[in-house]
Write a protein that binds this ligand. Structure first.
Ligand code: G4P
Length: 524
């Protein structure tokens, strides 16, 4: 029997993992899937022995295969809950991909290396989460190695991120003597993830805890725990959901410690699918009618099928196989005949998906990033961001006869979010913009392999690009008229101002106070 929408919604947790490279994101992902009884992942778990296959890191395998950056969606169940883990590319050159993925999650797990603390990329990703008020659960990994003092780790999170911490578990020992986690509020111990349940104890001085630690560390542990109880903040669900406080867990993904604690935390505290802002109203996750938006497009998921998959986050209602949906941007109906659930590298047909679920919709270029699909209502979701590129290049084509083909190919790549495309108003050749240089490599490779278009990139006269808006159309047009050679249009036809350098931008911004120059554009 199909479950009711409200019960389906309340069971769902959709999240991403944010981490600096090497902190253990991949290892933790594997263990979440392992302990999360990801039945559909049987093949995947087996493939773990051949570790490279489970890595979704583009740098390591996708590049060799000449296909694009993968953001996998992994679904698993634990207890009564359904978890959707949205994986993000490891390399920072694909940061915009990561940011778009964060627009489709309700919470995030921040993985920190216990010896290294907060690293630069953790900080950056954390800031994106904060912009979006995404609640964060912290997992301090690698406790089986030499780690910093536990209080020091908590202090660093508080100071560097300006985020309150509430340790929920406390590590029992560390390094070679790391022996499990102690749940502060429950007074319960779990030695490792082989233990499905925690064992209640009388307190940190109980025999069971003592038995886990070398004799010379027992007194210190008891003292630490007392101090933690006195000095650390208690967990506050509202503060967590508002993004002001993070519950902290300790463990070792590699050695199977603390992973169950973490899954249980997501089940207990992480928010179910949120209400989603649209242009004219807010859509509640439990509404009957299906709404969803596209946050990612992936081409060639399966090299044997040259398909294009739009990853859609369901925001309300039930997305059912075979249903008709309205693509609000064009007003056209499309049939969702083969929606798919993804399980890392395998996929199955999705019969029904609810708010929080991520479904892949095969299509031939109909869907774009930021698109809204509904059962008929004319609403547009906002919030999938577009970041001003850091690098602008003109694309140079060896064979001028293929200019039209190139334009089409670039348009497709831009719709997929591989690059951004800017068409200058003055008729000069199109420009592509990227956030990281590796995106240019992907573009070059794909144009060559998929479209038979060998290209090179030329420096452009411009290095800065800003979306321009004003309160009135007239003001905007005046600016555009006065800067004809420096204006281009993005994929949606929205105008951008191009400047050779920061100074040039500031100069114009000073002179044209009525114009807003934006480095981020939310897709609509
Ligand atoms: P990432 O995706 O965040 O980049 O990290 P990944 O999981 O690949 O982990 C980076 C390295 O840290 C790997 O070792 C991994 O085995 C190790 N690691 C992850 N979690 C733990 C942990 O809890 N404890 C310890 N001691 N090590 C951990 P590597 O040698 O770089 O890679 P590999 O050769 O093992 O794949």
């Amino acid at each position: 029997m199909a479950e009711t929408i409200s019960s389906a919604v309340s069971r769902r947790r959709t999240f991403a993992i944010i981490a600096h490279p090497d902190a253990g994101k991949t290892t933790l992902t594997e263990k979440l899937l392992l302990f999360g009884g990801a039945i559909q992942l049987a093949g995947e778990v087996k493939a773990k022995k051949d570790k490279i296959q489970t890595r979704s890191d583009w740098m390591k395998i996708e590049r060799e295969r000449g296909i694009s950056v993968v953001t996998s969606v992994m679904t698993f169940e634990y207890g009564d809950n359904v978890y959707n883990l949205l994986d993000t590319p490891g390399h920072e050159d694909f940061a915009d991909d990561t940011y778009r993925t964060l627009s489709a999650v309700d919470s995030a797990v921040m993985v920190i290396d216990a010896a290294k603390g907060i690293e630069p990329r953790t900080l950056k990703l954390f800031e994106v989460c904060r912009l979006r008020d995404i609640p964060i659960v912290t997992f301090v990994n690698k406790m089986d190695r030499e780690a910093r003092n536990t209080f020091e780790i908590l202090d660093e999170i508080e100071e560097k991120l300006a985020l309150d911490t509430a340790p929920i578990t406390w590590p029992i020992g560390q390094g070679k003597s790391f022996a499990g986690t102690y749940h502060l509020a429950e007074n319960a111990v779990r030695r490792g993830d082989d233990e499905a349940e925690r064992t209640k104890v009388n307190g940190p001085d109980s025999n069971r805890v003592a038995g886990l630690l070398p004799e010379n560390q027992r007194a210190e542990f008891i003292e630490e725990l007392e101090l933690a109880r006195e000095a650390c903040r208690p967990f506050d669900l509202d503060a967590f959901r508002e993004g002001h406080l993070t519950p902290v867990y300790f463990g070792s993904a590699l050695r199977n410690y603390g992973v169950r604690d973490l899954i249980e935390a997501l089940g207990a505290f992480a928010p179910p699918p949120r209400a989603q802002e649209a242009d004219s109203r807010t859509v509640q996750a439990t509404e009957d009618k299906m709404t969803s938006f596209v946050f990612k497009i992936q081409a060639n998921m399966d090299p044997n099928h040259r398909d294009r998959i739009a990853f859609v986050r369901v925001c309300s209602g039930a997305l059912q196989r075979g249903m008709k949906a309205k693509l609000v941007r064009t007003g056209k109906q499309m049939s969702l005949s083969a929606p798919q659930f993804f399980f890392a590298r395998s996929r199955i047909t999705a019969d029904e998906a609810y708010a929080g679920d991520v479904v892949g919709i095969p299509n031939h270029g109909t869907l774009r990033i930021g698109d809204t699909l509904t059962e008929g209502e004319d609403i547009l979701f906002r919030g999938v961001p577009n970041f001003a590129p850091e690098i602008l290049r003109r694309v140079r084509l060896g064979d001028p006869m293929k200019a039209k083909k190139l334009r089409e190919a670039l348009q497709q790549m831009a719709e997929e979010g591989v690059v951004q495309l800017f068409i200058p108003d003055d008729g000069s050749p199109a420009m592509v913009g990227v956030v990281g240089a590796l995106q240019l490599d992907v573009l070059k490779e794909r144009l060559n392999v998929e479209y038979g278009l060998p290209v090179d990139f030329e420096m452009a006269r411009f290095s800065i690009c800003r979306w321009i808006t004003a309160d009135t159309k007239l003001e905007l047009e005046r600016f555009i008229d006065a800067h004809k050679g420096d204006i281009a249009r993005d994929l949606d036809g929205d105008p951008v101002f191009l400047a050779p350098h920061e100074f040039g931008l500031n100069y114009e911004a000073d002179r044209w106070k009525q114009i807003r120059f934006a480095a981020i554009k939310d897709y609509q």
